[in-house]
Design a protein around this ligand. Structure first.
Ligand code: PGA
Ligand code: ZN
Length: 422
């Protein structure tokens, strides 16, 4: 008989890929052990839960060790819903502002890991069961801008690729590395000031305009496609909430030092989608412009994945609103935006109910924890957005390679939405 009762919960302070402190939690069951840490964003949405309590990470660690632990010890690690419910109850606020969403998520994830470990079961199988055998496609950023890179970089936060023609995860991630390398060469050849700098997620940080960056990406993809024969499509995450100036009613373009009005911005999005065959468009507009998103979906939703990140913040109620007004056809799922695995799962269910594609995602500030790799396979999400280079990104890719290997002859790549298959 496997014993899954939680015997101990212990939190400590660790550091993320930006060198900022975050929280890591160990959960011990009689027969198992789970350790998980929380990531953090730089372009966080207004509707996310609060990451840390007023006293910061030290306070979060203290609260877990002093308050949360005693409530969770003795509970069954198999009962994820009950543990997550307890986290909400101990917190007692709408947005995890007392204990912090980071603390809640670390406890929630460590509980799932401890449960899986109690049965000596891979985490993705514990999450998804017998038929969780499909690998997601990586969606990774090659060139960075916005809040993830310096002043002279593009306004668009992330210029991304998806190797849609890959037959395995190994092939897919290799294509991403090749595009990244090729883009670096192209930038180096035309940009004399370029010293090979990279931003928060390992993407190139270069002095390029938005269109120059997209063109660089298109060229790099063309070269790699013809070298290895794997179809690669491009996408962008505008992270438009970071550009939006409420007082001025427009999008502030830091590079150009000018304000772009809403209509002009929507037209610019439509123009680049057509001109460069952009297939994935994340947060093209600011986080409360559901109407603008709907306009974009009406215009290009048949051929482009219009994805909400800050728009939805992994929040089922916001996703339901988005479905009602057809504001998107894809949703970024970032567990730390809501604070528990159960809440993230509710968001995935809500997305699917409305026919939206869930995209499991990292944050710009990451740790070595590869939980999201298991989550993507376990929840059968067709896309994982987890960057390309950097140890904290690589831990997710390498874990997916291990999962792919362990699935031997039952493995397959996930079914992509039609927008990415053309
Ligand atoms: P963040 O950005 O993790 O810095 O919030 C990632 C994204 O916008 O997708
Ligand atoms: Zn985003």
């Amino acid at each position: 008989m496997v014993e899954t009762a939680i015997e101990d919960v212990y939190a400590r302070k660790v550091f993320d890929s930006r060198g900022n402190p975050t929280i890591e939690v160990d959960v011990v069951t009689v027969d198992g052990f789970g350790r998980a840490s929380a990531p953090s964003g730089a372009s966080t949405g207004r509707h996310e839960v609060v990451a840390f309590p007023k006293g910061g990470v030290d306070d979060a660690v203290r609260i877990v060790n002093e308050d949360v632990a005693e409530r969770i010890i003795g509970m069954d690690a198999l009962d994820q819903a009950a543990v997550d419910f307890m986290l909400h109850e101990v917190d007692g606020t709408e947005n995890f502002s007392r204990i912090g969403g980071a603390a809640a998520l670390a406890v929630s994830m460590a509980t799932a890991k401890a449960a899986a470990s109690s049965f000596d079961m891979p985490l993705f199988q514990y999450i998804g069961g017998l038929f969780a055998t499909q690998l997601p496609y990586p969606l990774g950023n090659v060139i960075g801008g916005g809040r993830h890179a310096g002043d002279k970089t593009p306004n668009i936060q992330e210029l991304l690729v998806i190797p849609v023609g890959a037959k395995t995860y190994a092939e897919a991630v290799d294509a991403c590395f090749k595009v990244h390398r090729e883009a670096g060469k192209i930038i180096g050849a035309s940009n004399h000031g370029f010293a090979g700098g990279r931003g928060d997620e390992g993407a190139w940080a270069a002095n390029l305009s938005d269109e120059e960056a997209i063109l660089t990406l298109v060229k790099a993809c063309d070269k790699v496609e013809s070298d290895i024969g794997c179809r690669i499509v491009i996408g962008i995450d505008v992270a438009a909430s970071s550009l939006w100036r409420d007082d001025k009613g427009g999008y502030w373009l830091r590079r150009e030092g000018k304000l772009r009005g809403r209509e002009e911005h929507i037209n610019f999005m439509l123009e680049i989608v057509d001109k460069y065959d952009v297939r994935y468009l994340e947060d093209p507009l600011h986080e409360d412009d559901f109407e603008g998103f709907s306009e974009l979906v009406k215009a290009v939703g048949h051929k482009v994945l219009v994805c909400g990140d800050d728009l939805f913040t992994t929040n089922p109620a916001r996703i339901a609103k988005g479905i009602e007004v057809a504001a998107a056809n894809a949703v970024i799922i970032k567990p730390n935006q809501v604070g528990t695995l159960s809440d993230a799962y509710e968001a995935v269910k809500a997305s699917r109910r409305g026919g939206l594609t869930p995209v499991i995602s990292h944050r710009s500030g990451e740790t070595e924890d590869a939980f999201i790799s298991h989550l993507a396979v376990g929840l059968r999400c067709p896309i994982i957005k987890t960057g390309i280079l950097g140890g904290e990104r690589m831990s997710k890719h390498n874990e997916l390679l291990r999962i792919e290997e362990s699935l031997e002859n039952v493995k397959a790549m996930a079914e992509l939405p039609i927008h990415l298959r053309r």
